[in-house]
Design a binder for this molecule. Structure first.
Ligand SMILES: C[S@@+](CC[C@H](N)C(=O)[O-])C[C@H]1O[C@@H](n2cnc3c(N)ncnc32)[C@H](O)[C@@H]1O
Length: 258
């Protein structure tokens, strides 16, 4: 598909989804006036992450103090294998699994009752969080809009098994619309995971809004923080001391709220 056909397809995908019109407006503004937002400061951010990063295992052990922490592949192998099969049989390709042990163990560490995530796709991160939350009958609030042009709406969250869905509230809007709706239902979260709009401006807006909602003793996590300098700038500007985790050649950032 050439670029123009793709842009037209995405435009029409927005047009048939009125609940995403506000995001369409923002996308037009972004693509006109903020064209460098996806990769702003990428080189500096990569260097900053690389110099500070530790492995997923080191991060879990140092935060939880548990050297023999639970691993999803061992404790939930059947659920993970089923999820893998579902992903393989899904006709659209979406964002795949990230640092699932980290997400699960952070929910366990905070004994999360309420967690919030932005960005669902297949639902791997949702699955990891729900496996922990469901033990305490807690709730995961997720915000996700589909990949426009891929018509993947019906597959969003498809790897999450039926029995975990009673602990899950999925808001199918862009974050700027979903988050206010979520905050009307719940205003404090033990664990927050950001994995949606990866642009510099999108992150800067969301990091500030989300941090205020992290409970004292809770953890904030953002994926793909070396895509641009937003996470680094956010930490430097607000004097946060993050833990940087290297996973599969990418970096996630964690901030613990004391
Ligand atoms: C990388 S995927 C999420 C992967 C998921 N967290 C996981 O680990 O399995 C990003 C998701 O965020 C969605 N997304 C992108 N921009 C968004 C926005 N502004 N608001 C809500 N969702 C968005 C994408 O359509 C996609 O479903």
């Amino acid at each position: 598909m050439n670029k123009i056909t793709e842009v037209v397809k995405i435009f029409f995908a927005y047009l048939v989804r009125p609940h995403l019109y506000p995001e369409l407006g923002r996308k037009i503004i972004k693509n006109t006036f903020q064209r460098g937002s996806a990769t702003k400061g990428k080189e500096t951010a990569e260097k900053w992450c690389k110099e500070r990063s530790i492995s997923q295992e080191e991060a879990i052990q140092s935060i939880t103090g548990n050297l023999n922490y639970p691993k999803l592949n061992e404790n939930y192998s059947e659920i993970l294998q089923n999820a893998q099969k579902i992903e393989e049989n899904t006709p659209v390709k979406m964002g795949g699994a990230g640092a699932l042990d980290l997400i699960y163990n952070l929910c366990e560490f905070t004994q999360a009752q309420n967690a919030l995530e932005t960005g669902v796709a297949y639902g791997w991160s949702s699955l990891a969080a729900l496996l922990s939350l469901s033990k305490r009958n807690g709730t995961l609030y997720s915000s996700d809009m589909p990949y426009l042009g891929k018509d993947n709406d019906v597959y969003v969250g498809c790897v999450v098994p039926e029995n975990l869905r009673k602990n899950w509230k999925l808001f199918r809007f862009a974050d700027r619309e979903s988050l206010p709706k979520i905050f009307k239902e719940q205003s404090e979260f033990d664990f927050v995971h950001y994995d949606s709009d990866k642009s510099y401006n999108g992150r800067m807006w969301a990091y500030n809004v989300l941090w205020d909602k992290v409970k004292s003793g809770g953890v904030f996590m953002s994926d793909d923080i070396a895509d641009n300098a937003a996470f680094m700038d956010y930490c430097l500007q607000n004097k946060r001391e993050p833990i940087i985790v290297e996973f599969d050649g990418k970096y996630a950032g964690l901030i613990l709220k004391s």
